[in-house]
Design a protein. Structure first.
Length: 106
């Protein structure tokens, strides 16, 4: 339960990644939709999450995501990809011309 305490402390201090992410979400909300298909890989702003969930990286809090199932024109079920090769349970190595990384199964 200590991760929740740490999260609330960081969130209330302001100026941290959580505050920046909340401001960034407002910008993302105003962007127009994109056309995507199943089996494509897109860079998605996944944000900053609590605990051990997958976080985005960089200014846009983004990471590559494989589109598994298109649910609607604006929603899909995706599988996040990491650029760090890991030889651990829950990771599957993937290589193509653009991305060399691992799928993350959480």
């Amino acid at each position: 339960m200590h991760f929740l305490r740490d999260f609330l402390q960081k969130y209330n201090e302001g100026g941290d990644d959580f505050s920046v992410w909340h401001r960034q979400k407002k910008t993302l909300q105003s962007r127009r939709s994109v056309i995507f298909k199943e089996r494509e890989i897109w860079w998605c702003s996944v944000g900053i999450n609590v605990g051990y969930e997958v976080d985005g990286k960089g200014q846009d809090f983004a990471r590559p995501v494989l589109v598994l199932k298109k649910v609607s024109n604006e929603n899909f079920i995706g599988l996040p990809i990491t650029s760090v090769k890991k030889d651990l349970p829950g990771y599957f190595e993937y290589k193509d011309h653009y991305i060399n990384g691992s799928f993350i199964f959480e």
